[in-house]
Design a protein around this ligand. Structure first.
Ligand SMILES: [Zn+2]
Length: 338
């Protein structure tokens, strides 16, 4: 098969479009013919060598395609599917309680094993989610990881309730566009930040009620103005060091902050006096459980959640696609077509 691999860690130039061995069918697995694979920041971390990986490596967590080889009669060859990006053992207490993203063996497709920057990918049969004919492969590939992540952050971690105020940072990011839609769908009032007026207009189109330009406006001051000085109930963080202190200043008493990333840096300060006296909850979140993706998918298939695709590149141009993602000019997902 053709695949995009890297044989050493480094910049986008280490990505090579080349011949790679076809994956072999193993018991309990299927082979999927990849039609589209969305990019994630995780792909950039993996390429740079933030975590040790077996090399050569094929990245790609967000895949849609057709089943190419299968020994499972319920999942026949030709079935159109998207893939659950989370891999887990399926038999530990965490998995059996439906918290598979807390499994000790938890892995993300395209991290320790090969992913979807290829014509073929092997996955466990339980990671297949059939998609309706009306859903295109590019749109389907743009859905799983970010909507699963945002769903878990808002509903499972923050326990969002209708009528609450939510601040979503980085409206144009994959998690940002998903969080705006999921929060609005659940009856929240959504505030979103972005760095350009064009992105702010798009944030409104997908459900943000109020928007703030984080380059030209004072985010905490604007949030206080929108909320009559109260602050928001939930903050959706993934930016990290650059926004952390401002995010805390946007919180109402008793509010929850959930973070799933630190793209601008890992170090954060907190004044413990505010943590206890204002009764904040600070929570980490990583991916989500399989059952959460199945629930979120129902809203995707019915048209109530719509992954935003900024741009598609052919698989052979994966290096250009990763460069584009790294520059951060996009609104929504960057997708490879195969
Ligand atoms: Zn497990």
């Amino acid at each position: 098969m053709k695949a995009v691999r890297f044989h050493e860690h480094g910049g986008a130039d280490v990505l090579k479009y080349e011949d790679a061995p076809d994956p072999h069918l193993r018991s309990g697995d299927v082979i999927v013919r990849v039609r589209a694979c969305a990019l994630n920041h995780l792909d950039l971390w993996n390429r740079r060598g933030v975590v040790r990986l077996p090399l050569p490596h094929i990245s790609g967590a967000d895949v849609a395609g057709e089943i190419a080889e299968s020994s499972d009669k319920d999942m026949p060859v030709g079935r159109r599917v998207l893939l659950q990006p989370g891999l887990s053992c399926g038999r530990c207490d965490a998995c059996l309680e439906g918290h598979d993203n807390m499994c000790l063996k938890y892995d993300v497709l395209g991290s320790q094993g090969d992913g979807g920057y290829a014509e073929l990918v092997r996955v466990p049969v339980q990671n297949l989610v059939p998609i309706p004919d009306a859903i295109g492969f590019v749109e389907a590939a743009a859905f799983p990881l970010t909507f699963l992540t945002a769903w878990h952050m808002l509903l499972t971690r923050a326990r969002l309730r209708a009528g609450e105020d939510v601040l979503v940072l980085g409206a144009g990011s994959g998690v940002g566009q998903a969080a705006i839609q999921i929060a609005a769908l659940h009856g929240a009032r959504v505030f979103a930040t972005a760095g350009t007026d064009e992105k702010l207009a798009k944030a409104r189109q997908i459900g943000a009620h109020e928007v703030v330009n984080h380059h030209t406006q004072d985010v905490p001051a604007e949030i206080k103005r929108f909320t009559n000085n109260r602050g928001v109930d939930v903050v959706i963080e993934h930016v990290g060091e650059a926004t952390w202190e401002r995010s805390l200043k946007c919180m109402a008493r008793g509010a929850r902050l959930v973070t799933c990333g630190a793209t601008t840096g890992y170090r954060a300060n907190i004044d413990l006096r505010f943590l206890f006296s204002r009764q904040y909850s600070l929570m980490g979140s990583y991916m989500g459980a399989k059952v959460e993706l199945l629930r979120a998918s129902q809203f995707f298939f019915s048209g109530q959640l719509k992954p935003v695709v900024d741009r598609a590149f052919p698989l052979a141009e994966a290096a250009a696609a990763q460069d584009y993602l790294e520059r951060g000019q996009q609104f929504g997902k960057v997708v490879l077509t195969v």
